[in-house]
Design a binder for this molecule. Sequence first.
Ligand code: SDX
Length: 437
Amino acid sequence: MSNEYVKLTDPDGRQLTSLPIVKGTMGPSVLDISKLYHDVGCFTVDPGYSMTASCASGITYIDGEQGVLLYRGYPIEQLAEQSSFLEVTYLLWYGELPNEKQLQQFTQEVVHHTMINESLRLFYQGFHHDAHPMAVLVGVVGSLSAFYHDYLDIHDPRSRELAALRLVAKMPTIAAAAYKYTMGQPQIYPRNSLSYTGNLLHMMFAMPTQAFEIDPVAERALDLLLVLHADHEQNASTSTVRLAGSSGANPFACIAAGIAALWGPAHGGANEAVIRMLQEIGDVKHIPQFLARAKDKNDPFRLMGFGHRVYKNFDPRAKIIRETCYEVLGKLADTKDPLFDLALKLEEIALKDEYFIERKLYPNVDFYSGIIYRALKIPMSMFTAMFAVARTAGWMAHWMEMMADPEQRIGRPRQLYTGPVTRDYVPLNERSKDDPH
Ligand code: SDX
């Protein structure tokens, strides 16, 4: 227990309560306010939870001021350079880098679950061909609950691990099938001799009519994007998964909820919105007018891919992705992308603009990722689906961490009530004839 406290006093200096200060291994300490209502009769209020720690977690650490991101203590820059998505998934779940045998065994376990039940493939038929892949993902992933619900014991660690393996293994199959369905092309089965990311590219772009060669540059670039998107502490979609999971809901249903939360343009949907924004800007000469709109409080336009709730410095992932754009566009010969040049110019101009400097608004993970997806011929509608494939690793790490916590209880925030005070019911014939609204 902490021996440091913050004392809360009333205007006359009388002590109301003392709130223990709890320290973590890195970053800000927290004030334990669990006694506050009992001692003072107050709740705290923090819209958007920007200053509230919802839990203790050992998975990912972010320092927004310094632009630092660690997965289980390892800097994202080193993992991006030297690791792979499946190795990072193992790290996020088990807390340590796997040795060769552990990685091989883990890979085999994931590979064993890449197929989806044939009857699940029929679910896609219910969607119109122009359905957004994220809508398909929410529906299909949620329906996995119906396939594994009966014998899923969420209180058994091995059963939880099996659900996590199934989800990470099946997400590429489900996402690729959503893409194929919108293209009106036959869904491609996983080929387990391929890498995790190679399989994803294979299922998206292979055709039954001809052999499909996986470009190692594309495979490496996509695997890097999956590593960079794998986890990010208590972001909106991860918090959604935790809150859904706290009620004891089926993990497949929790991930469907996380996918839904990720879809929003303020969150994972921003990568698609960035490309739409760049296409709307169209030319460097239009940048000033769009920056003016971004600064105009009366205009809903925001500079997509810019700003972050936590990072008040460069998002380290954005830096890595920007450098990867140069490599990928250089090597995938037929991809000179004018939108990349426009994005670079937009970043350069915005970062010299007082509005952005004053508010510490920098490019985030979504600002450049779409450039790479375009170079890989992944359609814009699939950008957030790629994010969901990657973030399933982090969502499951947090769900397993939460479910293993013996102190875990259902999440239930309170509120500041601002509605009508108590009043008596008014019979219909005694009510005003005027329209009150
Ligand atoms: C992700 O949380 C995570 O970790 C998310 C994520 C992850 O890996 O899970 O990192 C992934 O979601 C990245 C963010 C992707 N979203 C976008 O790129 C959408 C564009 N960004 C903005 O909508 C905004 O920056 C948010 C939603 C990301 C953050 O919103 P906040 O916390 O409300 O922004 P803020 O408090 O930092 O804003 C401070 C000021 C405000 O203006 P003032 O009221 O002070 O005058 O900056 C303004 C904001 O209006 N502002 C912007 C802006 N972002 C903030 N103005 C113009 N364009 C922007 N993009």
